[in-house]
Design a protein around this ligand. Structure first.
Ligand SMILES: [Mg+2]
Length: 282
């Protein structure tokens, strides 16, 4: 666990001091769950669920904020069970799927979801032709209901295919009024108008957070990092930005207060935060 500056250590102390009003927001893939070739086979790192339950004792709320559909991340993370245990501490686990478009909480345990965006089904019908034109026919296309993910990880040249596809996918998406979200060897196409930053702001308001810690690993988390940083600069919350570092993505490292080593490092961070805030609460 690497604090990037003396100021970063002060931010950590500050969120610990505000533990009773602290929301801990976490991305899923690459943060709580190791990245695997088949996204359907990703699972939360063993032990992380118990750590979340421990942490819930001494903070205000927990939130998993992900690009995945809420239903999927609830299953892959065992998060319904985590939510029950968190509820026994009188705390709430929020799951915000599809960049905050879908909302679930351990209190009401129902997924609230909008209609799929206009243009998405046209995009899906034109996608196979586009993949053929850019020699990426074998790309794995994930239908997420409110979004489509185009994964190049299983192709012979994953990075080359990603680079070839990004501009044409963006062109088609924009033509149809959709938004593109590039990630680690995945290009997501989804409804415009929300991102993880908007999800963070809504949560801060909803729970009246005094502090917010966000843990993420990928480009889709940049908006959440910026939201926490801006709220902190305005004096609205104490804030801490934690990057689950990977060799694949460096964009978050420069914004982060703390860099840890992937999902294992996230566990170490959560354990320390639970211990430090637990001392405070006790
Ligand atoms: Mg991620």
């Amino acid at each position: 666990m690497d604090f990037r500056s003396a100021e970063a250590e002060r931010h950590y102390e500050d969120v610990v001091a505000h533990a009773s009003g602290l929301v801990v927001g976490m991305d899923f893939d690459g943060t709580l769950a190791p990245i695997v070739e088949d996204p359907a086979a990703a699972t939360i790192l063993p032990g992380t669920g118990d750590l979340l339950v421990d942490l819930a004792e001494s903070v205000s709320a927990l939130a998993v904020i992900t690009g995945r559909p809420a239903r999927q991340v609830l299953a892959l993370g065992g998060l319904e069970e985590v939510g029950v245990a968190v509820g026994q501490h009188g705390r709430v686990l929020h799951v915000l799927g599809q960049y905050g478009n879908e909302r679930w909480s351990s209190v009401d345990r129902r997924i609230l979801s909008p209609q799929p965006p206009r243009g998405l089904s046209t995009f899906e019908s034109r996608l196979p032709g586009l993949l053929r034109r850019y020699d990426a026919e074998g790309a794995y296309v994930e239908d997420k209901g409110l979004a489509v993910g185009i994964h190049t990880r299983r192709l012979d040249d994953p990075r080359g295919a990603f680079d070839r596809l990004l501009d044409p996918v963006r062109g088609l998406a924009e033509e149809l009024g959709l938004q593109v979200e590039p990630g680690r060897l995945v290009i997501e196409v989804r409804a415009p108008g929300t991102d993880k930053g908007a999800a963070v702001r809504r949560l801060v308001e909803q729970v009246g957070a005094q502090a917010f810690c966000f843990v993420g690993d990928d480009l889709g988390d940049v908006a959440a990092f910026r939201a926490v940083r801006d709220l902190r600069e305005q004096g609205a919350v104490a804030g801490l930005l934690v990057c689950a570092g990977s060799p694949e993505e460096r964009a978050l490292v420069d914004l982060a207060d703390v860099v840890v080593d992937g999902p294992d490092g996230v566990q170490e961070f959560l354990r320390r935060l639970a211990a430090d805030t637990g001392v405070r609460a006790g």
